[in-house]
Design a binder for this molecule. Structure first.
Ligand SMILES: Nc1nc2c(ncn2[C@@H]2O[C@H](COP(=O)(O)OP(=O)(O)OP(=O)(O)O)[C@@H](O)[C@H]2O)c(=O)[nH]1
Ligand SMILES: [Mg+2]
Length: 278
């Protein structure tokens, strides 16, 4: 499914990021650890390309640990700094602070050599919607300063936050690009709740989730929904889950809408376990 989701507030947010990029020293790009490659926004990477970039694989608590380690290694091989983080518990926060310090040390040295005063680093936090940018900042501050929410598009304007006396952060609204051409990437972004719900069909995404489970964690379909997985199609598994749950319309027809919604919710909340998509 190609995704076209580029609401008006993102046009403004993009401009704001472009205008403010010159004020910052370092950019933290948050990616969902379950699909870090699919979350890379080519348009955004172009805008921040002249700055030191650190990738944060956020929501690591929901991702398969081995996959996260592999992504970390691959991005590092490409020359990036990468830190994995769980902003709901704060795991990884120390590594983030250290990565910022290391990145700024080089720039600070250059300033000192030129006889210039070294001020505290300014760090911009960017990424696609709903990857946890505001939660991540609140976690680093230890206070709920930025508004967060379980739907994409919560932050609508930039916001400066002085997390600790020695770093200044700027929270930004999640940014998409005008068209996600790759069908599988679109399905992953939809499953991760990164794009608005009117940009995709829940049924298509739920069937994709069932395919993914069949391939990566077939036992979950049994343990969670008590449906034995054999040679059935995704549609048949969906109908069997509806049956087991008693999600039936008049005449005993499986309520596929309600079942699809349940599946997506279960995956997004981590109820199906740590399952990575990339
Ligand atoms: N499990 C888990 N949930 C997280 C983590 N970080 C954020 N969340 C949840 O993800 C959802 C989105 O968080 P936000 O901080 O609002 O995301 P955002 O990137 O600021 O979103 P926009 O402002 O819409 O671009 C919320 O429900 C958070 O509680 C994490 O590390 N682990
Ligand atoms: Mg936000």
């Amino acid at each position: 499914m190609a995704i076209n989701w580029y609401p008006g507030h993102m046009v403004k947010a993009r401009r704001e990021i472009e205008e403010n990029i010159k004020l910052v020293d370092i950019v933290l790009m948050l990616l969902d650890a379950r699909a870090p490659l699919s979350c890379r926004n080519p348009d955004l990477e172009k805008i921040v390309s002249r700055k030191k970039l650190i990738f944060i694989l956020n929501k690591m608590d929901l991702a398969a640990p081995a996959a996260t380690r592999q992504h970390q290694k691959m991005l590092q091989q490409d020359g990036y700094s990468v830190v994995a983080m769980d902003s709901s518990s704060g795991k990884g926060a120390k590594d983030v602070v250290q990565a910022i310090k290391d990145a700024y040390a080089e720039q600070a040295d250059r300033l000192v050599q030129k006889g210039r005063r070294v001020r505290s680093p300014r760090v911009m936090v960017v990424g696609v919607p709903n990857v946890g940018k505001s939660t991540f900042l609140n976690c680093l501050v230890g206070q709920k300063i930025a508004r967060t929410g379980a739907k994409p598009g919560i932050t609508r304007g930039k916001q400066w936050i002085r997390v600790r006396e020695d770093v200044e952060f700027m929270d930004t609204p999640g940014l998409m690009w005008p068209k996600v051409e790759d069908v599988e990437q679109g399905l992953k972004l939809a499953l991760l709740d990164i794009v608005g719900e009117n940009a995709y069909s829940e049924e298509e995404v739920a069937l994709y989730l069932i395919r993914t489970l069949q391939e990566k964690a077939p036992q979950v379909i049994f343990t969670k929904y008590k449906v034995e997985v054999g040679q059935q199609s995704e549609q048949e598994i969906l109908a069997a889950i509806a049956q087991k749950r008693g999600y039936l319309n008049k005449g005993g027809i499986p309520d596929s809408e309600k079942t699809c919604h349940l599946l997506l919710q279960d995956y997004r909340r981590g109820n199906l376990g740590k399952i990575s998509l990339d």
